[in-house]
Ligand binder design. Structure first.
Ligand SMILES: [Zn+2]
Length: 107
């Protein structure tokens, strides 16, 4: 397995996916984001929901916001809806996905 330059616990499975950062040729650079899986197709696309806080001047408080990010899901990483994952930024892999799932953090 290839070293992807990010300290993650490696998946035990292997795959033939050209877009997989571990077994293919995808290079990672840019942001790392942690979020929850909103939907996932194995070997295809995953939608990650990320929560963040935004400051509202008028009320001097934070409001909870969420956004969805599309990411490529390699076949060697097994996740299901509701799991927490780490995604890393890479070149645009499909029309909407510029991130790839690199690690499953928890259920
Ligand atoms: Zn792989």
């Amino acid at each position: 397995m290839k070293n992807i330059g990010i300290d993650v616990k490696p998946s035990s499975k292997s795959c033939e996916d050209e877009l997989c950062p571990f077994h293919g040729s995808t290079k990672l650079r840019g942001r790392l984001i942690r979020g929850k899986i909103a939907s996932a197709v194995l070997g295809g696309n995953a939608v990650i929901e990320k929560q963040y806080f935004s400051y509202v001047d008028k009320y001097m408080r934070y409001e909870k916001r969420r956004s969805k990010i599309h990411a490529h899901l390699p076949p060697c990483i097994e996740v299901k809806k509701g799991d927490t994952v780490t995604i890393a930024e890479c070149r645009p892999l499909t029309k909407t996905a510029t991130f790839v799932v690199i690690e499953k953090v928890g259920e």
